[in-house]
Design a protein around this ligand. Structure first.
Ligand code: ATP
Length: 219
């Protein structure tokens, strides 16, 4: 993985878990929070931890924030601080800014002022969990566009012990199996003659309507 430099501003539950996950993957992470206790908590996890108010342009400048590949603004409750911080980051020329939005109104403003990526972690996680509860064979999914997605399905006995060609997946459903996970093995070039086992994780890509038709077959 290419080593990237990240900065996380705001160490609530969201910013904190972003910092932990990035650090665990060996990324350089600078964390900034105006609460000294938070900074002490993350000092041994992040590469650099600084007590600072992110609405102070000079502080961000002196930290060389514009040299970071990706800055995450994870200030939740204080909309004013979140918006002001984003404006400053944008003005300083930060390459990619992700901001946590508190509500739709906040999101609109963030997009207007040039945030590259706006996230609603609670809403997105709620939707993901609800979807998984409804569709028990779906392990995970990723929306690639409004119409196309990548899905991970667990293969049921309905399609087990048949090869991809026997199931005629591409012609019948118009979707592609791009990889098959079996235990710890990952086959990223599955052949048409490859037999599917019950419990395999199939990683498929296709149009949402076609994926849904395929999913019906699994049930
Ligand atoms: P979560 O839901 O992720 O726990 P939250 O939405 O409750 O977070 P807050 O607790 O409001 O978010 O803010 C997250 C962190 O951002 C806090 O640790 C807070 O100290 C920090 N923070 C708020 N304003 C600033 C600021 N101007 N500069 C630096 N840090 C700030």
């Amino acid at each position: 993985m290419v080593k990237k430099e990240f900065a996380v501003i705001g160490l609530g539950r969201f910013g904190g878990s972003i910092c932990r996950a990035l650090s665990k993957e060996g990324m350089e992470v600078l964390v900034i929070d105006n609460d000294e206790e938070k900074i002490n908590e993350y000092a041994s996890i992040a590469s650099h931890a600084v007590v600072a108010d992110s609405t102070d342009e000079n502080v961000l400048k002196s930290l060389g924030i514009r040299n970071f590949d990706h800055v995450i603004v994870a200030i939740g409750d204080n909309l004013k601080a979140s918006i002001l911080t984003t404006i400053i980051l944008k003005e300083l020329g930060v390459e990619y800014i992700t901001v946590k939005a508190q509500n739709d109104y906040h999101e609109k403003i963030l997009k207007k002022i040039g945030a590259d990526n706006v996230v609603h972690p609670e809403r997105e996680m709620g939707e993901r969990i609800a979807y998984k509860m409804m569709t028990k064979n779906v392990v995970d999914y990723l929306e690639l566009s409004d119409e196309y997605s990548l899905y991970e399905f667990t293969a049921t006995e309905k399609i087990a012990n048949k090869s991809i060609i026997e199931l005629n997946i591409r012609a019948k459903y118009g979707i592609n199996i791009v990889a098959i996970k079996r235990g710890n093995d990952m086959n990223i070039t599955p052949q048409a003659t490859e037999a599917i086992h019950e419990g395999d994780i199939l990683i498929v890509i296709g149009h949402d309507d076609d994926i849904e038709r395929f999913q019906q077959k699994l049930l």
